[in-house]
Every structure is written in C-alpha cells, then in structure tokens.
Design a protein around this ligand. Structure first.
Ligand SMILES: *Cc1c(COP(=O)(O)O)cnc(C)c1O
Ligand code: SF4
Length: 348
C-alpha cells in the first residue's frame, strides 16, 4: 500500500478518537458529526499544537456549526447551475466537474458543506463520464476544473482515464485540478502522479493553504515536485476568522508560498454557507487586511480578494470600485453592473 493510502486508512474519523487525544466533549462533537462529517489525516492532526489553534479550528468539529442560523445551504446556487448533478456551469468557457464526493480531511468551513462527505453524495464513475460527455457537447468550454471533494483521492489509473478523455476533446484547452492534498495529504503527490500530470499539459493545479503552519517540509516537497513537473501551482486561501484574519499571518503565508513556487491566486471572502458562521469576517476587515498587504508585499505574492456573489452571479474582486456601500447590508456591484445586496454577517 502506498504511504498516502496508509495515511487515509489511519485518518481520525470519530469524535471518540479526538476525545482520547484531547480534552473535548465527545457527545457534543457526535451531534455535529451526525450532520457534517469528520476526517483528519495523521499528517494534518500532527500539526495541531493545542486545542483552538488555527489548525484545530480548520478541522475539528465545533458545536457552533449547528448553531449557525444562516438559511442557505447553497448560497452560490450551484445546484441551479448544474446541468448534471456533478457539473457546475456558470461561465460559458469554464466548467466545474465534481469528480469526488469525499476528502482526506474535512474543512469545517467548506463551501460545499451541504454535500461533501455526506452519505449519498459519492460521485460514481458513470457520473464523471457523463460530465465529460457534457463538456464534449459544449464547444464554448475551454477550461475544465476538476474539483469535489478531493479529486486526488482517486487512483492514478482512474485519474489518467479522466485526463485522457478530457484531452481528446478538441475544444478543451486548459485542465485545472483543485486539491488540498499538498496541505493535508502531501504524500499523495508522488513521482508517478507528477509523471501523469506532465503528460496532460497545459494542466494547472490550485491548492489550498490557509495558514503558514501548513507549510511543512512534506508540503514543500509536494509543491516543489509539482512545480518540477512543469505544473503551474496556484493557491486559494479562505479568509477565516480566528485562523488567518490578520495581515501578518497572510503575509507570512504568501511569502512562504512564493518560496515554494506557488502563486497566491485567490483570497476568498467566506461564502454565506450554513454551518460556517463562526468563520465569517466583515468585508471591511477583509479590505483593511488586503490594503495592508498591498503596501508590504510584491504584487506576485498578492492574490485577488474575491467574493462569490449569492445566487450564482459570479466572483468579483473586492476593490473599491466594486463596493458601493458597506454596513450591515452591504451593496456590491456585479460584473454586469447589477447592484447586489450582501449581508455583512459576522458573529458577536
Ligand atoms: C470559481 C469558479 C470557476 C473558475 O473561476 P476562475 O475565476 O476562472 O478561477 C468556474 N466555475 C465556477 C462555478 C466557479 O465557482
Ligand atoms: S478539501 Fe475542499 S472540498 Fe474538501 S472539505 Fe476542504 S474545502 Fe471542502
């Protein structure tokens, strides 16, 4: 068995296992896990230094997940933009293919918390192939994003089959893989995987580091291995209250990523997803942090600060021209000029 598969098998997946290691209320966590799944790889678990720290908050269930009264499971209206259950087609030239329903470690702030890791949301091979057929029928699509769930939990053999099928579609120019494996399961980035990716160029990988403590030697090796295979690696960070909502933390993260030849791509404002309210920040604090970074970091290290507008209207960069009004009901301008209300929620 490959070391990465061993890591998966040894993952922590029950509150009782957490209670054996830390001082937590297993019963309270059971209630959360009945709704939102728990899994933490040994690699990621070992990064926890103490309960409540930035690694802990990202992966350990919290009773606040059940207390969040935000009404929307799917604020980005992904289900309405889905021609098939596992295909999100919002922009003419780009399609999101959800090729996996599970992850190596479940992020408590996940945008697809409504389904990722939940029973009945496994993605079958037939559904993946149907998604590829959909792309083949849509000549406007140039860019296919493999997402999920964690696409890299599948075997190299299956991934190879999917990539080759996509490559046979003449209008598909770019393939992107969205993966948190370099962060939570760096052993997955094997030489064999990199050899496969190298044969599929132009292929881009976007990974998902949120905190400088995630930049371990193993993660560094994974990122450099991808870069050495000629894969441009980008990073999407979610701005998370109590995890990374300070300019100094993000500065250290973005500098560290550049040293690993990973280009910060997006800094996501939290989506209004039910069960994630305790991670939400105000748009004002996001913009303030962002302006502070502007002065301190090279442009290469600065991602776009984006908010995904409710109702599937699309991502916009948060720069002053797009902010019409702040306050409790912020008013933001969509790319088409439409004014969109954005509830500026945060706990307390
Ligand atoms: C974010 C997103 C994309 C990719 O957008 P880029 O800005 O090109 O990275 C594609 N489809 C959907 C539905 C998305 O949410
Ligand atoms: S790895 Fe991605 S899809 Fe999986 S739980 Fe984390 S944010 Fe969600």
């Amino acid at each position: 068995m490959d070391p990465w598969q061993q890591q998966l098998r040894d993952s922590l997946a029950a509150p009782a296992q957490l209670a054996a290691r830390f001082d937590v209320d297993a019963a309270a966590l059971e209630a959360v896990c009945a709704r939102y799944p728990l899994r933490i790889t040994p690699h990621y678990l070992d990064l926890i230094q103490e309960p409540g720290d930035p690694i802990w908050r990202q992966c350990v269930p919290d009773a606040l997940e059940l207390a969040d009264d935000q009404p929307l499971d799917d604020p980005l209206a992904e289900e309405q933009l889905a021609p098939l259950p596992n295909v999100v087609h919002r922009y003419p030239d780009r399609v999101l293919l959800l090729v996996a329903g599970t992850c190596a470690t479940y992020c408590r702030f996940c945008t697809r918390k409504r389904k990722v890791g939940c029973r009945g949301n496994e993605v079958s091979l037939g559904e993946v192939m149907a998604g590829i057929d959909y792309v083949a029928r849509m000549p406007s699509v140039r860019d296919v994003l493999l997402s999920g769930g964690e696409p890299l939990l599948m075997s190299d053999l299956l991934l190879k089959e999917i990539l080759e099928r996509l490559r046979r579609i003449p209008h598909v120019e770019v393939i992107r893989i969205g993966t948190r494996a370099p962060v939570v399961l760096p052993a997955r980035i094997t030489e064999g995987l990199c050899a496969l990716l190298r044969r599929t160029h132009p292929l881009y990988v976007n990974t998902h580091f949120n905190h400088p403590r995630e930049l371990t030697p193993e993660a560094a090796e994974a990122c450099l291995r991808l870069a050495d295979a000629g894969v441009p690696v980008g990073n999407q960070t979610v701005l998370l209250r109590g995890v990374n909502d300070q300019a100094a933390i993000l500065e250290e993260l973005f500098r560290g990523l550049l040293r690993l030849r990973v280009r910060p791509y997006y800094l996501h404002h939290m989506d209004l997803v039910r069960g994630t309210g305790h991670f939400r920040t105000r748009l004002e604090s996001g913009l303030e942090i962002f302006s502070a970074l502007r002065g301190r970091l090279s442009g290469l290290a600065i991602p776009h600060y984006v908010v995904d507008l409710p109702g599937g209207r699309g991502k916009i960069p948060l720069v002053p021209e797009h902010v019409e009004r702040l306050g409790d009901q912020a008013l933001l301008r969509a790319p088409n000029g439409e004014r969109v209300e954005f509830p500026n929620l945060c706990p307390l």
